[in-house]
Design a protein around this ligand. Structure first.
Ligand code: COA
Length: 257
């Protein structure tokens, strides 16, 4: 049986790929457990400085595995489900994660992309939160992360209608930052990851943490948190290296120290 999640290391980046093409990478506990475990392994490895999370050309992920997760589920079984803990494990990864979307990113697929730090996509991408068509609602952060990303009214236009949007609209509303050609989307996404991976790792991790905090913290505490992190970076070798490289007109080499 093929692995349901594949990892390709191309240090300093790694690509984590959902691999259930026969169901458009539908997500269940087994897949999410594997995604969380693989991401944690890469997170613990200093040689990996940025991760690309992706699917295949046809689908990033078409949502929760409707056939496995929903048919026999009850309110109690859903309350006791392991899924929330698995989503939290993904959200706790410190290494930056670029979601590279081609094809469908629907329901839990869109929510998985939104847990990542930025979303880039192929011109073929389609995003949506179609849970309302099944008589349910997004259950892995969609009602919280989508309005924080695109605002209340656009979020409701997606969540209450269940409609799909294409790459251009996703970029226009601020869900996606860059759209790449269908022939090169994954290589282009990896190039974005390599750019991030070339920066000072401690600075990148702190910036990720602070941008995430901006989604939940009041401005004053976010600013305080930022100020302390900013000062902390002045204790790093990488700050000395970055400033010295600028002053001496050379390329910096960051060590993560
Ligand atoms: N869960 C389980 N299986 C899924 C799935 C999901 N979320 N999404 C797709 N699949 C399966 C299909 O059942 C089909 O399997 P089959 O060949 O055994 O019938 C296979 O993946 C291919 O999907 P199909 O529907 O034939 O492809 P399509 O190109 O015609 O349509 C979609 C693609 C994404 C529009 C359609 O599959 C869809 O609407 N999926 C559900 C999306 C959704 O509601 N997600 C949120 C869940 S909370």
């Amino acid at each position: 049986m093929a692995d349901i999640v594949l990892v390709v290391r191309e240090e300093p980046i790694a690509v984590v790929q959902l691999n259930r093409p026969e169901v458009l990478n539908a997500l269940n506990a087994e897949v999410l457990e594997m995604v969380a475990t693989r991401l944690e392994e890469l997170d613990a490895d200093d040689r990996i400085r940025c991760i690309v999370l992706t699917g295949n050309e046809k689908a990033f992920a078409a949502g929760a595995d409707i056939k496995k997760q929903f048919i026999d589920a009850s309110a109690i079984s859903m309350l006791e489900d392991s899924l929330p803990g698995l989503w939290q494990r993904v959200a706790r990864i410190k290494t930056p994660i670029v979601a590279a979307v081609s094809g469908f990113a629907l329901g839990g697929g869109c929510e998985l992309a939104m847990i990542c730090d930025l979303i880039v996509c192929s011109e073929t991408a389609q995003f949506g939160q179609p849970e309302v068509n099944l008589g349910i609602i997004p259950g892995a952060g969609g009602t919280q992360r989508l309005p924080r990303a695109v605002g209340k009214y656009v979020a409701n236009d997606l969540i209450l209608t269940g409609r799909f949007i294409k790459a251009e609209e996703a970029r226009a509303i601020g869900l996606v930052s860059r759209i790449f050609p269908a022939a090169t989307w994954l290589e282009d996404a990896k190039a974005v990851a390599r750019t991030i991976a070339a920066k000072a790792p401690i600075a990148v991790r702190l910036a990720k943490e602070l941008v995430n905090a901006a989604q939940s913290q009041p401005l004053e505490s976010g600013l305080l948190h930022e100020r302390k992190s900013f000062a902390l970076l002045f204790a790093t070798d990488d700050k000395r290296e970055g400033v010295d490289a600028f002053v001496n007109k050379r390329k910096p080499t960051f060590t993560g120290r």
